[in-house]
Ligand binder design. Sequence first.
Ligand code: HGY
Ligand code: MN
Ligand code: MN
Length: 420
Amino acid sequence: MSQTTASLGQAILDHADQLARFSDMEGGLTCAYLTPAHRAAQDQLAQWMEAAGMAVRIDAIGNVIGRYAADPAVTDARVLMTGSHFDTVRNGGRYDGRLGILLPIAVVDALNRAGIRLPYHFEVVGFAEEEGLRFKTSFLASSVLADRFDPALLARVDADGITLAEALAISGLPGAGDPQALRAAALDPATLLGFVEVHIEQGPVLLHHDLPLGVVTQIAGSSRFQVRVEGQASHAGTTPMGMRKDAAAGAAEMILLVEERCAAAPTLVGTVGQLQVPNGSSNVIPAACTFSMDIRAGADDIREAAIADIVAGIERIAARRGLSAQVERVPPVNNAPCARWLMDQFGAVLKKRGMEAFELPSGAGHDAMMMHRITDVAMLFVRCGNGGISHNPLETITAEDAQLAAEVFVDFLRHFQPLG
Ligand code: HGY
Ligand code: MN
Ligand code: MN
């Protein structure tokens, strides 16, 4: 087997480069849900999965799912799933999510070429939507597989006023967005042995410890919000400072509150990544200001306590300034623990190769946290270069680390022992 895994690392990076050609923007990588670039990436992944010897299906939400069938001698084979997302943030990196699809495809291709079958069905999922870029609600794709999709989200609109339902209706996907078709795409948890996800760390910890790989202990829960602050437009030159209802100044005070409150507890982080003054003019006091909030913590109670304080603070600031504030909450994704029995199988492979079985939490969210709702999960992190930067074109990994991750993944698959 080793001769066929010799050059997987570079092949994975090459595929990431090829996939990055499909972008919604010039000069960078943006692949938002159900755009032409997204459809091209979906087709490309399906082609690579088929070439690797997998039977491929595309489901009602757009997931690309390849099945590498079990050894025919195993008549009651269940399914071990892996995968990650192929949508991206705006002007993002080319490995976030995609490494977790391309690496397993390369591994299956090597197993197939070596004529090796596993004692279980192995499925690789290209999740169609995880980042929430287009419709401001994340984990759409894994929530369908986990039977946690909220049909009310079909009414969410993108920046062009297109609803998720309309986008699905013209997508060519099975069911065209019919809620029944989305429900029918859910997996049967009884058929699953577990879900394992390979992902870049998206942080500096492995780099700091000079380690290529790490085993994830838990995935931080996250809550996202859209906040709209409304005041009163009036003349920038004639309105005394004490008589203003300035929505942007109010929003600025609220944003500083987010920063201050989220600095107050370990593992708690808060980010305002989007900030707009709709239809603003430089000589008009802003009548409205909108911003996003992304609040995460290593424990749900820490996150929920911060959210309660921040929402109360927003209301206090609005009242004092004569403003109104609407806080719209996107469904939260709770903290997800990884399963010790799965983590230890990655750890055993690392130790057998003379490597440290280093364990670390994930501050980033992943499809595994949604799959955790229906089966046990584990994650293998791969070191990030450039100081661990991610959600940025500077995101990078080395072919050597991708190679190591692929070899460890092959060993994990070939020695995998189901629970019980
Ligand atoms: O935001 C996240 O943590 C992930 O990249 N969607
Ligand atoms: Mn991401
Ligand atoms: Mn990701």
